[in-house]
Design a protein around this ligand. Structure first.
Ligand code: 13P
Length: 290
C-alpha cells in the first residue's frame, strides 16, 4: 500500500518511533526489505540513489519499485535518496515518487537554499503531499559512489532554522556526526546538536548513515525527533555475503542464490525495524489520526 512519506514520518515523530528507510540496488534487496516489513507489520520507506537509477535505467527501476510498493500489504513509500539534480527530481516526481531528497550539501549555504527551494516549489506544484528532504551541514562518508562531503561538517542549528524556514522542506537530514558507509572508528554523534535542533525545528529529522550505529544511539536519536533512519551499507554487505556463501556451497543457480540474498537482507531489516520501534505500526497506521 503506497502512502505518503510525510504521513509516515509525521506519525512516527508523534508516536516516538522511526520508520526505517532502506536503500535498494536490485530487485532481491527491495523484495527482502518489503518481506521484512510485511512480516513485522511495519511501515517502511524504500529508497534508491541516482547511480543505481542511471545504471539500471530510469523506467525499469521506477516501474518495478512502484509495482512492488503498491502491492505490498504495509504502508510504504518510494523515495529518491540523494537526488543530485533538479532534472532527475522532476522526472521522479512526475513518475510517482511520493518524496525526494535534494542534496545540495556540497554547495554554499545560499546555493543549497536556492536549489532546495526550487525543488520544494516544483514538488508542491505536482502534488501537495509530496515530501522534500534536504541535507544541511555535510554528512561524511561514501554512499553509492557519492562522496558526501568527505569527512563531514556538523550542522549549525541557527543555520538549520533559517534553512527550514526559507526552503519549506518537510524533513531535514542534519549532519550530526553520522557517516555513510562503514565506520572506520567509533562515530562521535553530536547529541547536543541534535537536542538543540529538536528544540528549534518542528519538522521530522532524518538519520543518514544508519549502518553500524548502536541500539542506544538509535533510541536517543528517535527521542530527539529523528523519525526516519536510513540504512544502506549493512544490506549491501548481507547481500554479497549471502551470494558468496551460496556460490561456495555450489548454489550457483541465480534463483537459488537470489533467494539466499533476499533472506539475508530480510534478516537485517527485521533487526532494524525492531530497534526503530515500528513493529505492528502498519496495523495502527490507519487508526492513528493526525
Ligand atoms: P549507510 O549506508 O551508512 O547505512 O547510510 C545510508 C544512507 O544514509 C543513505 O542515504
Amino acid at each position: 500500500m503506497e502512502v505518503s512519506y510525510i504521513k509516515l514520518v509525521e506519525i512516527a515523530k508523534k508516536n516516538s518511533f522511526a520508520v526505517g528507510a532502506f536503500n535498494f540496488h536490485n530487485l532481491e534487496v527491495l523484495q527482502g526489505i518489503i518481506a521484512a516489513a510485511e512480516e513485522l507489520s511495519s511501515p517502511v520507506i524504500v529508497q534508491t540513489t541516482p547511480p543505481f537509477i542511471n545504471d539500471a535505467g530510469f523506467k525499469p527501476v521506477i516501474f518495478a519499485a512502484r509495482e512492488i510498493v503498491s502491492r505490498c500489504s504495509v504502508p510504504a513509500a518510494l523515495h529518491l535518496d540523494h537526488g543530485n539534480s533538479f532534472e532527475l527530481v522532476q522526472k521522479c516526481l512526475v513518475n510517482g515518487f511520493t518524496s525526494v531528497m535534494i542534496d545540495g550539501s556540497k554547495m554554499s549555504f545560499e546555493k543549497n537554499i536556492e536549489l532546495t527551494k526550487k525543488v520544494v516549489e516544483i514538488s508542491k506544484a505536482v502534488r501537495e503531499d509530496i515530501a522534500v528532504e534536504a541535507e544541511l551541514g555535510s554528512i561524511g562518508g561514501v554512499e553509492d559512489q557519492i562522496i558526501d562531503g568527505g569527512s563531514g561538517k556538523i550542522i549549525i542549528p541557527e543555520e538549520a532554522v533559517k534553512f527550514v524556514e526559507q526552503t519549506g522542506i518537510d524533513a531535514l537530514a542534519p549532519a550530526i556526526g553520522t557517516a555513510h558507509g562503514i565506520y572506520k572508528s567509533e562515530p562521535i554523534i553530536r547529541f547536543d546538536v541534535a537536542a538543540e535542533l529538536n528544540k528549534l525545528i518542528k519538522i521530522p529529522m532524518v538519520v543518514h548513515g544508519g549502518s553500524g550505529l548502536d541500539v542506544e544511539t538509535f533510541h536517543k536519536l528517535i527521542q530527539l525527533g529523528f523519525s526516519k533512519i536510513n540504512v544502506g551499507t549493512e544490506l549491501k554487505i548481507a547481500w554479497y555475503k549471502a551470494l558468496e556463501n551460496s556460490f561456495k556451497n555450489g548454489k550457483t543457480d541465480p534463483l537459488l542464490a537470489s533467494a539466499e540474498a533476499r533472506k539475508a537482507v530480510k534478516e537485517i531489516v527485521i533487526d532494524k525495524i525492531k530497534i526503530f520501534g515500528s513493529v505492528g505500526k502498519a496495523r495502527d497506521f490507519i487508526n492513528i489520526k493526525d
